[in-house]
Each structure stands twice: as C-alpha cells, then as structure tokens.
Write a protein that binds this ligand. Structure first.
Ligand code: UDP
Ligand code: MG
Length: 322
C-alpha cells in the first residue's frame, strides 16, 4: 500500500528544484521566495529541495523556517558536487532544476531554460554566465580552463561551472558524481550521449557571504580534466593508451641499446660508461611496466563494467516498435 502511494506521488511532481547550500545565511529567505514566485507561474506541481552541506552558521535554522520545502541535511560538509548528487538522488520530478544558493543565479531564467529543453528536444540545458560577476582572476582562470577543455575533450559548452541548469530525469538517473566533479557533469553526460544545449543567463554579484572556492580549483580542475579526457577516450579500453605508451617506450629503449652497442663496437666506449645503455635499460623497463599496467587496468574495467550499476556501457534514447 505504502509503495503504491509513493509511486502515485512520484508521477505527479513535474519539477524538482535542487539547491546546494553551504554557509548561506542571509540568502535563504529571499532565495526561497524568488524560486517559488517563478515556479508558481509555471502552474505545475513542483518540489524544492535544499541540501544543507554541513553549514556552520545559521543556515539550517533559516532553512527550517521555510514552508513547503524539503531539506536534506548532510552530516558534514562534502562539497558542492556531493550536495548536488544528494539532491539528484532525492528528486522525484520529471525535470530537475539546479541552481546555486547564493542568489548569483537568477531563478527568473528558469522558464527560458525549460522552454529550450522542451522545444529543442534536449536532455540538458545549461546556463552560460556570459557576463560573470566574479573576481577578475577567477574569470581569467575560467577562460584558460575552457581553452584546455576544448583542446583535450573538445567540450563545446562555454560555462561548465554554472549550476543553473535543467535536466530531464533520464539524464541524471545514472550519473554518479562527487569530489568536485560537478564541473564535468556536462562532459560526462555528453560522453553518455545526452543532448546538451546552453543559454545565456543572468549572473548577479554575491551580496551575502563569501565564495567557497578560490584559486585552489585551478590544479584540481586540471587533474579532473585529465581524468575526463582519459574517460572520454580510453574508458572501455585503457590498454590502448597504456599499451601504446609502453610499446613506444620499449622501442625507444631498444634503439638506445642498439646505439650503445654500436658505440661499444666501433668507438670502444664501454657499456658501463655509456648513458645510452642506462637510458635504454630504463625505457625498456618502463615500457614493460606500462604495458602490464594497461592489461591490469583493462581487466579491472571489464570487471567494473560488468558489476557496477551506475556505469552503464550505453544508454538507449528510445525503443521504437512498429
Ligand atoms: N556549496 C556547497 N558546498 C560547498 C561549497 C559550496 O553546497 O562545499 C554551495 C554554495 O552554498 C552555493 C554553491 O554551492 O550555493 C556555489 O558555491 P559558491 O557561490 O561559493 O561558488 P562560486 O559561485 O564562487 O563558484
Ligand atoms: Mg556563487
């Protein structure tokens, strides 16, 4: 009986709004009324989920004063990606809307994003903060990041950091993010074959509280980018990259050894004094190690792909029966 009732409720909700919140006291009330104002206009059942990501200030008590919302109170601070993920898992709407809790995203942009999702038959529409109201340094960093992303993973999206987005529930259903991976949600979705659009949205300066990210995101972002690049290219067959590097290294090692022997035979340079001999030796060992590592990874991936419920090998858009 219980499950039946819940199922019925499940299909009723059209929009789930999810907002990660960490130390945002002073922003909550205005945020909530802005969201509700916009959502009520749409005249469809909706839910609002605030994920309190272990706030240390008055945020939680401010959240508790709100009416008709759901609060997911995490037991400590996990970071924005995990908070978003907790929201995704809690949401039961057909369409999931995410935005920041610091009022920098403007809820008034939501209807426009929803319209694009519907009209252009997309799976995700994300906001593009073309005119960002953030520190200059952060903006330069963002531009560099975009350049690297285009170079490595050919990411066509301009703004991967904008939380203001609308998703069809199918798109996030098998997405498992965490540990600051929110910057690559789009890359992961694109890689899984979902259709992504973007629209320029309003961005407002932060009035209360401080940004939780500084320049530390530079190096972490870069490591994550390499990871995504690796996933994008070699997820199913890691041996293709490790094997290639291994073979090249081994081959260079052999050439180096040959040169060492030539200098030994023709110029009388003894092997233990020849740099080439040692370099070649090193490269050959490296080559074998890389190759063996590739095989181990490949086997691990095979096991992983066959057992992990999250990481599906492929997604079906539609099954057409005639
Ligand atoms: N946030 C969070 N957990 C964190 C850090 C941030 O839930 O550990 C939330 C934060 O409250 C805000 C959003 O994520 O709603 C974006 O954070 P912030 O505004 O600090 O990032 P920026 O806009 O400067 O990139
Ligand atoms: Mg912000």
């Amino acid at each position: 009986m219980e499950t039946k009732k819940r199922k019925l409720e499940k299909t009723e909700i059209e929009y789930s709004v999810i907002v990660p919140i960490y130390n945002e006291e002073g922003n909550i009330e205005r945020l909530d009324s802005e969201i509700k104002e916009v959502l009520k206009e749409l005249k469809k059942p909706f839910e609002i989920i605030y994920i309190n990501d272990g706030s240390k200030d008055n945020t939680l008590s401010e959240l508790k004063k709100l009416k008709a919302v759901k609060i997911v109170d995490l037991n400590r601070n996990y970071g924005q990606a995990t908070a978003l993920d907790a929201g995704f898992k809690e949401a039961i709407g057909e369409i999931i809307i995410s935005l920041d809790g610091d009022l920098q995203n403007d809820p008034k942009d939501i209807p426009m994003l929803l319209e694009a999702l519907e009209k252009e038959n997309l799976d995700v529409v994300c906001g593009w903060r073309k005119d960002r109201k953030d520190k200059k340094g952060i903006k330069i960093l963002t531009k560099t990041g975009r350049f690297l992303r285009q170079l490595l993973i050919k990411d066509p999206v301009h703004d991967t950091g904008c939380t203001l987005r609308v998703y069809k529930k199918e798109a996030i259903k098998n997405l498992d993010i965490g540990g600051e991976m929110h910057r690559y949600i789009l890359a992961l979705l694109r890689w899984k074959g979902f259709r992504i659009g973007e629209i320029v949205v309003n961005h407002r300066p932060r009035e209360n509280g401080i940004s939780k990210y500084g320049y530390s995101k530079l190096i972490k972002g870069f490591i994550d980018l390499l990871y995504i690049w690796f996933l994008d290219k070699y997820y199913q067959r890691p041996l293709h990259i490790f094997g290639l590097v291994g073979i090249i290294s081994f081959f260079l090692g052999i050439l180096s050894e040959i040169w060492a022997f030539i200098t030994r035979i023709f110029f009388g340079l003894s092997l233990n004094r020849s740099g080439w001999f040692y370099i070649g030796f090193f490269l050959m060992i490296m080559g074998i190690t890389f190759f063996a590592f590739g095989i181990v990874l490949d086997l691990l991936m095979k096991i992983h792909l066959n057992t992990s419920p999250y990481e599906m090998r492929y997604n079906i858009r539609e099954i057409i029966e005639k």
